[in-house]
Design a protein around this ligand. Structure first.
Ligand code: ADP
Ligand code: MG
Ligand code: MG
Length: 373
């Protein structure tokens, strides 16, 4: 635990002087601490920003302020901005981050009481709330200009960039593992052109660039005490993107009956009922602005995200496991195989999944028509 915490807390514009600090949450990127204020009724979360991942902290925090300001204005019309949108606390120097003497960067948000995040979706209700959460997030930001945001991790979800990194890893073959993975490379190569389609559609103007979350894991939403969506969190990777990225990344974990790194490939199956619920929630919020082409792109996103993850795991395996933390030898290869298996299952059920998306859309259209009639 950090020793200089009282000094760091003192840099932020919060009241009180009596605090109890403890590590909090299960996030993998930033270090998060709960700052309990004794007797004031408002607690805070202090986060040490992962400066290795986020090199441009000023750009990152400018994005946060800009996004949350926009969200709060939109939410104010119908809801409670302080409960439904993250609130960042500024420092005494006016900035929204503090750099300490050891060159660590810190930020603070209001802690949202009586909320919970879950690592895994286990019920249909949770899946639907997840879809509502990320769909509504995109809806609230669909009138914001994406190019005003700093691209905090350039080319984060750019498959051409990820494939170029893989090509580089193959060329270097740093730890001599290339000979082990020839079938996997063949699998990836055979799908590469198809997987570039979303980018091509974007370049051709077929898909609009929007503001997307880009880390749509279920533990990045907070549910209230009734299990309903309260707030979307972890806004670090909010950047310009395509709606299919957010949809596909959320589905990647929700639809998978096994873990991301499952060793027993036979247990990687599709949970279609959860998929349907998430889709229903998502479309209910995005119905008003999604274009026909974006609707078509959702299935592409479902296939792209596990593929991209397989490419990234395999690249790291060839590079000698330098990016992802591994728990055993061959962990990155096992992750690659699990994502490839998931992709195979998704490909097998593509028609079924497309049918569900179309049917849910149609149901919404019919409901809106009968509402209007
Ligand atoms: P990471 O980037 O490391 O995933 P997050 O911003 O997602 O960090 O925070 C980690 C965890 O802390 C979340 O999964 C959630 O459980 C909790 N959390 C984050 N922000 C808040 C908040 N404002 N109020 C309550 N809990 C929060
Ligand atoms: Mg998180
Ligand atoms: Mg994060």
């Amino acid at each position: 635990m950090i020793n200089n915490v009282p000094n760091i807390i003192a840099q932020f514009n919060i009241q009180g002087s009596d605090f109890k600090v403890s590590p909090f949450g299960s996030g993998h990127i930033n270090d998060t601490y709960l700052v309990k204020t004794l007797g004031l009724g408002q607690d805070y979360l202090l986060q040490k920003i992962n400066n290795y991942v986020f090199k441009d902290v000023k750009g990152l925090m400018d994005n946060m302020v800009y996004i949350t300001h926009h969200l709060k204005q939109k939410v104010a019309a119908t809801g409670n901005p302080d409960k439904e949108v993250l609130t960042f606390i500024n420092c005494k120097n006016g900035k929204y981050y503090y750099k300490d003497d050891d060159d660590n960067y810190w930020r603070m948000t209001c802690f949202l009481q009586n909320t919970k995040s879950y690592d895994m979706v286990t019920t249909g209700k949770q899946a639907q709330q997840g879809g509502i959460a990320f769909g509504r997030f995109q809806y609230l930001l669909c009138d914001m200009k994406p190019d005003l945001l700093v691209e905090v991790i350039p080319d984060f979800l750019n498959i051409e960039h990820r494939l170029a990194q893989l090509t580089n890893a193959i060329k270097n073959d740093k730890v001599g593992r290339l000979k082990e993975v020839l079938p996997e490379l063949q699998f990836i190569k055979s799908r590469a052109d198809d997987m570039k389609l979303l980018l091509q559609w974007g370049r051709e103007g077929i898909l609009p660039l929007r503001v997307t979350h880009n880390d749509t894991k279920f533990n990045n939403i907070l549910l209230d005490e009734h299990g309903n969506i309260q707030c979307v969190i972890d806004l670090d990777t909010v950047m310009p993107g395509y709606v299919a990225y957010d949809f596909g990344d959320a589905i990647r974990s929700i639809i998978n009956t096994a873990a991301e790194d499952e060793a027993d490939l036979g247990t990687i199956l599709l949970d279609i009922p959860l998929f349907k619920k998430f889709t229903r929630g998502y479309l209910s919020q995005t119905f008003s602005f999604l274009t026909g082409n974006e609707l078509k792109s959702l299935m592409k996103g479902i296939l792209l995200l596990p593929y991209m993850q397989a490419v990234r795991f395999l690249t790291d395996y060839l590079d000698g496991d330098v990016y992802y933390k591994t728990r055993f030898a061959g962990h990155n290869l096992q992750r690659t195989l699990a994502q490839m298996q998931l992709l195979k299952m998704l490909e097998l059920h593509e028609d079924k999944l497309t049918g569900i998306i179309e049917k849910e859309w149609l149901l919404l259209s019919n409901n809106r028509q009968s509402d209007g009639a």
